[in-house]
Design a protein around this ligand. Structure first.
Ligand SMILES: [Zn+2]
Length: 275
């Protein structure tokens, strides 16, 4: 079938309509930078829009249009699927997409800048973990918690802790945490669940040990962080893999939720230093 022929006026009208959906992106380079920025600053991170604006250098700064575009793209499942495939990058920020508390079901807020103890501010609630992706480790990452307005538990990527209801040093893991993009058992190290899955396969098929796997990881992906394979790194992997496996089995065996008396928190002080 012959392609429909369009008059030059129809082409202009079509281009104008398309342009209104993409403004203020003027070219594909802008589009690529924009997607990386959305990935680095996901929905919920504090001061998200100023961070997105600041990250877009050599970009036409129509802030109102940019904010409108961000809102449209946040609701596009295809774009969100694409973003979920991108590898970790330095400077990225992480925050859970949960909206309700897993402990008391109250609303979660992300504007957590300070944690207070005995009416004294003790510092920022965010941490700077190392992220182990499928293709190497990345530092200079910010992990933000969301705080429950009811019980005050802090919610991270895989679990909630603290607040007025949860027991001290107890982590309440989310039902879907073994299947999410990231998994972690401490605030210092975050793992790609694909990497944990790779290790699981190698354990079964190649009988790889933690040390062997992390040595291979360092050789394959290089970089200072990935190359620093030592006893501590091996133990970090074994700790995360143990917790991830237990939670996966709990889901497969349909254990009651919340899983009774299960805590995956290591005793403090840790027998080895994090990070
Ligand atoms: Zn709560």
């Amino acid at each position: 079938m012959a392609a429909p022929t369009l008059s030059i006026d129809q082409v202009r009208e079509l281009a104008a309509n398309v342009g209104t959906h993409f403004m203020p992106l003027l070219n594909l380079g802008n589009a690529a930078s924009f997607l990386w920025s959305l990935f680095s600053y996901p929905v919920g991170v504090p001061h998200r829009m100023p961070k997105i604006v600041e990250s877009l250098t050599n970009f036409p700064m129509f802030h109102g249009m940019l904010a409108a575009l961000v809102m449209r793209v946040d609701d596009m499942p295809e774009v969100q699927t694409l973003l979920s495939k991108l590898p970790p990058v330095g400077g990225m920020e992480l925050i859970t997409d949960l909206k309700q508390c897993v402990v008391c079901d109250a609303h979660l807020i992300s504007e957590v800048f300070q944690v207070k103890s005995k009416n004294r501010e003790t510092g920022r609630a965010c941490t700077s973990p190392t992220v182990y992706g499928e293709n190497g480790a990345v530092s200079n990452v910010t992990l933000w918690p969301k705080r429950c307005v009811g019980c005050e538990a802090l919610h991270y990527m895989s679990y909630a802790e603290g607040g007025k209801i949860l027991a001290k040093d107890h982590q309440q893991y989310y039902d879907n945490s073994p299947d999410a993009r990231w998994f972690h058992v401490t605030k210092e190290i975050i793992w790609s669940t694909k990497l944990l899955r790779q290790y699981e396969v190698q354990v079964v098929c190649s009988h790889s040990g933690f040390d062997t796997f992390m040595s291979e990881y360092g050789l394959l992906h290089g970089g200072a962080q990935a190359a620093e394979v030592n006893t501590a790194t091996r133990r970090r992997l074994s700790h995360a893999f143990f917790a991830w496996s237990v939670l996966k089995w709990a889901g497969e065996l349909e254990w009651p939720t919340p899983t009774p008396t299960l805590t995956l928190t290591l005793p403090y002080p840790y027998p080895y230093a994090y990070p």
